[in-house]
Every structure is written in structure tokens, then in C-alpha cells.
Design a protein around this ligand. Structure first.
Ligand code: ATP
Length: 234
């Protein structure tokens, strides 16, 4: 089967500094894949490279059969790739609902509507007219995911959504992924939390200092082996 997204020998740079070293990665339509790695391993750089935000790169990124390596970020978004950025990133002067509506900019048709996002995250309904900076971190994360879903993406890139959230809130948010997956959207979860990511994902990639140190199905390795690869001790 042709992957939905595939990177071949992807290398990304910040000036003279090389952050990613030849990553070969793929995700199929409707698949959930985790990329796990410690602080500074290069996870955000990888997501930003796919989304067109890091432009100093070599190698190839193909999406739905098209070479998007040199495509502008807004055009990549229109093709159906949405990024939920690390730190949630609200438009501070806008309400919850106005933040959600910012996702409608791509005009992509699909299953996700404002009504469906409120069904996915009922907690947002009663605060829809509240300022997006006066709500909790968990609620902000829901807004960030909902905003990305409203672009009706074929691929949803999530950057460390559990960061800074209480475990119970993170559980609630992770519970929504099965519904997002059921809608046919492929999901890429970037995480430092090995256990959580491996529970949610069909496959994983472990990133260590800009290189893939292990990949496969979580059940084929087990958490101990994956942890050793994560910390570079295995
Ligand atoms: P974290 O979990 O802390 O977000 P990460 O795995 O997402 O880490 P990246 O943020 O992608 O890692 O960083 C990968 C490497 O690139 C690190 O060595 C980091 O210092 C470096 N880096 C990231 N952003 C920049 C930048 N704007 N300029 C220079 N170096 C950068």
C-alpha cells in the first residue's frame, strides 16, 4: 500500500547545526503512529519539517503521492496536513469558538464541523464564548486539536499534547483519538511519554539525537526494550 506520508533520507538543519540525520518514516491512511524521544531528540523539528515550517532540509517528503518537500506551509495545510503545535498556542484576543473557527481557513470539505468538535469535546460547549486565555490548559489543548480538525486533515500532527497537563486530563484528551481515528484521519503523536504513546499507537518510531533508533509495533518490543532505545542505553 502507498503510504499517506513518507519521508526519505530527511535531513534538517538550523544554520550549520544538523538536527535530523536521514530519517525514513512512513504513515498510512488512517494509521496512528507515535514518534517518541527525549528532550532535544528532534521530534518538533521533524513535525515542523513536514508542515513546511523548517525549510532548511534535504531528502524527500511525499504526501499522497506528491513531493511536498519544497511546498509552502500554507499549501501543505491545504493538502490536508494539520499541526497541533507544542504549547497549544491560542490567539489570545479571541474566544474559544473564534479560535476554533480559525481552523476553517483551508476550505477543505470533510466530516469535521464545529458541531462535531463540540460533540468530541463537550467541555468546550459551555465555555465557547470565554476568552481562550482564561480557560484551563486541558481545555486549551482541546481547542488546539479542534481547530486543527476543522481543517479536515488527512494527517493530524500532534506535538506533545500531554506536556504540562494532569494525567487525568491527558487521559481524557487521549480518549478522543479513537474517535478521530474512526473518522479516517491518520494521527502522528509526538511524545516524551513512552507508555502513553505506545498504548495509543499502531506503530512507533524512537528518535535519538536526530536518528531513528528503533521502529515497529509496540507489542513486538515491550516498554523495556523501547525505553533502552529511547535513552540510548540499549
Ligand atoms: P523537546 O521535547 O524539548 O521539544 P524535541 O525532540 O522536539 O525536544 P527539537 O526541538 O526538534 O527536539 O530540537 C532538536 C535539536 O535542534 C536540539 O538540539 C535543539 O537544540 C535544536 N534546535 C531546535 N530549534 C532550534 C533553533 N530554532 N535553532 C537552533 N537549534 C535548534
Amino acid at each position: 500500500m502507498t503510504p499517506l506520508l513518507e519521508t526519505s533520507d530527511l535531513q534538517t538543519f538550523y544554520g550549520d547545526f544538523q538536527a535530523l540525520f536521514g530519517l525514513d518514516f512512513s504513515i498510512a491512511e488512517g494509521e496512528t503512529v507515535a514518534m517518541i524521544g527525549a528532550n532535544g531528540a528532534g521530534k518538533s523539528t521533524f513535525l515542523r519539517s513536514i508542515a513546511g515550517l523548517n525549510t532548511q532540509k534535504k531528502g524527500t517528503i511525499r504526501f499522497a503521492g506528491e513531493d511536498i518537500t519544497r511546498l509552502r506551509a500554507d499549501l501543505i495545510s491545504r493538502r490536508g496536513i494539520a499541526l497541533v503545535p507544542e504549547g497549544r498556542v491560542m490567539f489570545p484576543s479571541l474566544t474559544v469558538e473564534e479560535n476554533l473557527l480559525m481552523g476553517l481557513g483551508t476550505d477543505r470539505a470533510g466530516a469535521w464541523t464545529l458541531k462535531k468538535v463540540y460533540e468530541l469535546f463537550p467541555a468546550l460547549t459551555s465555555i465557547r464564548h470565554s476568552s481562550s486565555v482564561r480557560i484551563s490548559g486541558g481545555q486549551q489543548q482541546m481547542v488546539a486539536i479542534g481547530r486543527a480538525l476543522l481543517t479536515n486533515p488527512r494527517l493530524l500532527l500532534c506535538d506533545e499534547i500531554s506536556l504540562g497537563l494532569a494525567p487525568k486530563i491527558t487521559n481524557d484528551i487521549y480518549a478522543c483519538f479513537s474517535e478521530i481515528k474512526a473518522s479516517g484521519t491518520a494521527i502522528m503523536l509526538v511524545e516524551q511519554d513512552i507508555v502513553r504513546a505506545c498504548q495509543a499507537a499502531d506503530r512507533f518510531y524512537c528518535l535519538l539525537e536526530g536518528r531513528i533508533s528503533l521502529t515497529g509495533r509496540p507489542a513486538d518490543f515491550g516498554i523495556e526494550v523501547i525505553s533502552r532505545s529511547y535513552f540510548g542505553t540499549g
